[in-house]
Design a protein around this ligand. Structure first.
Ligand code: GLU
Length: 424
């Protein structure tokens, strides 16, 4: 099933401008070569396509889709595909750039990319969604492939959508190419643990943050904004660790109970009714206001641009783990840092998803598959090592965790670009 949270009504903001601002900031901090800085501001390649779809009622509708490859210095580009009515080219550009830093910060041999289609897929039938996905794949076909660019799920896309992409690409090649996408169903080359990977990776970083802050994860109180793939599984894993999950939200709103929610029950109710709001034993809160309720750990797992200056001043949490991409604005970052909130930035906190995507791609290429235990152990090793690297840079240079993650992420890409040189 595909779930989705509508965007909260945060003030409008161009997130590509925000991504560039973050890059400018780190360029100053790390004294980045101005030529490399200039290079990294632009996507390597971007494609806009029209996607004609025969609707169930016989009419034809044309949708717009994008695939942006930001950088391929470290390897083929990697990044999800999102279906959402608010998708813009600038949003996809920002998300592609963040994928470059994300893959680099955890040490994957990948560059960054992202795709998006402007569509309210909630309003489409399964057949319409399949035709949309297949035609989009056909339009971007020449740009993707296991050695070139590998899509994956993101907002409002899931394993079924990946299966259609894999099938369409394979039909055009004439043989099965499982490595063209990740996040596939297990039966066609998907990986154990991929579905839980974003949330599990985020959990590992929260465990490391608690160790560093000498805080007990068990018994602490957490709020999760967003109840899609990342959010719902993060809530479940946290509650399995003995964390009291006091609040969650989805597109319809949030629920809060200071004594804790029964996460299994919330997941069940969400599955049955489509919203967490039908859970009875909690007070109702606005979907964005949920971020401001009392808690120790806050996990934004919905959309970009949720924590602005005003929110940054009011947030109670001691730790913020960004399971979503880009939930915090640069102004909010400064305030959170001043207030001593420990922030685990998106490119680190949610890198578990793309890390297990990498494992899936490796397994597909060698046609040899690993157990869930092997996957989770390898994921833990990568996430804890990346966390330790970033924390060390943050402490050594006395900079906030986001800037530190950028120093590591941008640094590796800059090193690769420098050694490879500019063609011709
Ligand atoms: N969409 C996910 C992200 O933003 C996963 C990307 C992937 O696995 O390639 O990190």
């Amino acid at each position: 099933m595909i779930t989705m949270e509508a965007k909260s009504k945060a003030p409008e903001r161009n997130i590509y401008a925000m991504a560039l601002e973050q890059l400018d900031h780190v360029a100053k901090v790390m004294h980045l070569d101005p030529n490399i800085h200039e290079y990294l501001k632009y996507p390597k390649r971007e494609l806009t396509v029209s996607i004609p779809v025969r609707m169930d009622d016989g009419t034809l509708k044309v949708f717009t889709g994008y695939r942006v490859q930001h950088n391929q210095a470290l390897g083929p580009s990697k990044g999800g595909l999102r279906f959402h009515p608010d998708v813009t080219l600038d949003e996809v550009r920002a998300l592609a750039m963040w994928m470059t830093w994300k893959c680099s910060v955890v040490g994957l041999p990948y560059g960054g990319a992202k795709g998006g289609v402007i569509v309210d897929s909630k309003k489409m039938s399964k057949g319409e969604l399949e035709r949309l996905t297949r035609r989009f794949t056909a339009e971007i076909n020449f740009m993707i492939g296991p050695e070139k660019d590998i899509p994956a799920p993101d907002v409002y896309t899931d394993a079924q959508v990946m299966a259609w992409i894999m099938d369409t690409y394979s039909m055009e090649k004439g043989y099965s190419v499982p490595g063209v996408v990740t996040g596939k169903p297990i039966c066609i080359g998907g990986s154990q643990g991929r579905r839980e990977a974003t949330a599990r990776g985020a959990l590992y970083t929260m465990q490391e943050a608690c160790k560093h802050l000498k805080m007990n994860l068990k018994g602490s109180k957490a709020i999760v904004q967003g109840f899609g793939n990342a959010g719902s599984i993060a809530a479940k894993l946290l509650s399995d660790e003995g964390v009291v999950v006091v609040g969650v939200s989805d597109s319809s709103g949030g629920i809060y109970n200071e004594k804790g929610l029964n996460v299994d029950e919330v997941i069940k109710i969400k599955g049955e009714t489509g919203s967490v709001m039908h859970y009875s034993n909690a007070s109702k809160v606005d979907r964005r206001e949920i971020l401001l309720q009392p808690c120790d750990i806050l996990v934004p797992a919905a959309y970009e641009n949720q924590i602005d200056e005003e929110y940054a001043r009011k947030i109670h949490a001691k730790i913020i783990a960004e399971a979503a991409n880009g939930p915090t604005t640069p102004e909010a970052d400064r305030i959170l840092h001043e207030r001593g909130v420990f922030l685990i930035p998106d490119i680190l906190a949610n890198a578990g998803g793309v890390t297990v995507s990498y494992f899936e791609w490796v397994q597909d290429i060698q046609a040899l598959f690993w157990s869930e235990n092997e996957i989770n152990n390898k994921l833990k090793e990568i996430m804890t090592r990346a966390f330790a690297n970033v924390l060390k840079v943050s402490l050594d240079r006395k900079i906030d965790m986001r800037t530190a993650a950028y120093v590591v992420g941008v640094g590796r890409v800059a090193e690769a670009l420098t050694i490879r040189g500019i063609y011709p």
